[in-house]
Design a protein around this ligand. Structure first.
Ligand SMILES: [Zn+2]
Length: 480
């Protein structure tokens, strides 16, 4: 008995030792020494350019061509050195591709991206805006209006930075492309045209950088340090419709299982059996990097995933935001049955939208749906036309990632940089076709309050952020 107790005691001491050692070792990876970078451009002039850019109502629905024409003319007049020295190729749907020729053609080019189209003002919300959404008001240290965060802020920051670097006589060694899609919000055929155009010319980009994330301040509970999530991939998308049929008839004589009941059972099965996920692949990399910045009691868990990953899976799957990072999400969105209370549905249906994690594919999700529902009486109709597989996952060990990580630190000071996953779609998935690696982040620091303004009411960008963003692009471009 004593031997068993002594053995158990030694085992416990060893376990505690291993957990303690792992936690002690689990600290942020040493970041590159990064002296602050200051571009020294005229920020007030850049804010004025953004204000003017917002005033063009560039909604990509086919009926605002004169707004796009005005916007593209504005770029020429605001940034005359770019108009003079860079090559401009107009591509599909008001998309603009600028080429800044580098001095060393043996180096693989890089691409900075943003988009000029914006989403409309949602119906009935106009009177809740502090300033008219397309006025481009400059007040309280912000440029206000639709498109400031998404994505004219980045577009103007890139243009103003390049204009300034041209004025100082800088020429990159690598060729740098600036690509501004005109239809990101409706599918991004413009960015696809850019990728195809580059591929046709035999160009393989070393990397492309587009929107898809921000520097997050007070967004992740328990973290005071700002987190720059440099996203390596974005999720795919597929929608399935589940259909059950029955002879219908009078509700006084229902069969044991109705079409509605069958659909309800299928939806419930999918909700209670999520697509498997966990701390692997890009999700593993995200939480491994993020976990190093938490306080001790949380760090213990992330430092010892060999022991605690089942617990972490349960906790992280519980909140919508972290769940979306771990797995393909299942969202039942539409239901239909009979249109009369006393008539049995001859057909009942449910629509389920899946956002596909990079470890899964459209086909593996459909296989999960079929297996989980396990009911031959439920037809599974896949909308293949509006589906996409997840993007490839960029390499966080590549030089491009390190350059972006360093430039973020140079512009924003000490922060946590982590590789992440974009849960919505961006143009970056198209640029990825022509690039070894595609990364996603806009160099602006946002809080939850700012994120709510994205596609929402009172969208705005602080002039401080515009300046930090330009310092970021300046630091990044000066290394090319
Ligand atoms: Zn956008």
């Amino acid at each position: 008995m004593r031997k068993i107790l002594m053995g158990a005691g030694a085992g416990l001491a060893l376990l505690t030792g291993v957990i303690g050692y792992n936690t002690w070792q689990f600290t942020p990876q040493a970041s590159q020494s990064a002296a602050p970078y200051v571009l020294g451009a005229d920020i007030d002039a850049a804010a004025q350019s953004l204000s003017k850019a917002v005033q063009f109502k560039t909604i990509a629905n086919g009926s605002h061509q004169e707004e796009f024409d005005g916007f593209l003319a504005l770029l020429k007049s605001e940034f005359p050195l770019i108009a003079n020295k860079l090559t401009l190729e107009p591509l599909a749907n008001n998309t603009q591709l600028y080429t800044w020729h580098g001095t060393d053609p043996s180096l693989a080019p890089v691409l900075l991206a943003a988009h000029s189209d914006v989403v409309p003002i949602s119906f009935g919300s106009l009177d809740r805006w502090s300033y008219t959404p397309f006025s481009g008001e400059i007040a309280d240290g912000y440029v206000w209006g639709r498109g400031t965060l998404d994505d004219k802020g980045a577009l103007i920051a890139i243009m103003a930075t390049v204009e300034h670097l041209l004025a100082t006589g800088f020429t990159p060694k690598r060729t740098v492309y600036l690509s501004f899609g005109g239809d990101e919000e409706i599918g991004g055929d413009g960015a696809l045209a850019v990728a195809n155009h580059l591929i046709a010319q035999g160009v393989t980009l070393d990397w492309a950088l587009d929107e898809g994330s921000f520097v997050l301040q007070d967004v992740i509970p328990g973290l005071d340090v700002p987190v720059a999530s440099i996203n390596l991939a974005e999720k795919g998308y597929v929608t399935v419709k589940l259909v059950a049929r029955s002879p219908g008839g009078h509700s006084a004589l229902p069969p044991r299982v109705t079409a509605v009941g069958r659909i309800a059972r299928a939806v419930d099965a999918l909700q209670t059996t999520p697509v498997p996920g966990g701390l692997s692949d890009v999700s593993g990399a995200f939480f491994d990097n993020l976990g190093r910045h938490f306080s001790l009691e949380k760090r213990v868990l992330f430092a010892n995933t060999w022991l605690f990953s089942p617990l972490l899976n349960v906790v992280l799957s519980d909140a919508a935001t972290t769940n979306a990072m771990l797995r393909t999400t299942t969202a039942p969105t539409m239901l239909a049955g009979s249109n009369k209370e006393n008539v049995l549905a001859a057909e009942a249906s449910a629509v389920i939208n899946f956002r596909i994690h990079p470890r899964d594919t459209i086909d593996s999700v459909i296989a999960h749906v079929t297996e989980t529902i396990d009911d031959p009486e439920v037809e599974i109709v896949v909308d293949r036309q509006f589906s996409s597989n997840p993007s490839p996952v960029a390499d966080e060990a590549s030089a491009g990632y390190t350059q972006i990580q360093t430039a973020i630190t140079q512009a924003f000071g000490p922060l946590a940089t982590v590789p992440g996953l974009t849960i919505a779609a961006t143009d970056a998935r198209h640029y990825a076709l022509a690039a070894k690696n595609a990364f996603r982040i806009n160099p602006f620091k946002v809080t939850n309050d700012d994120i709510a303004r994205f596609h929402g009411i009172d969208e705005r960008l602080s002039i401080e952020n515009l300046e930090a963003g330009m310092n970021f692009y300046g630091a990044l471009l000066s290394k090319q």
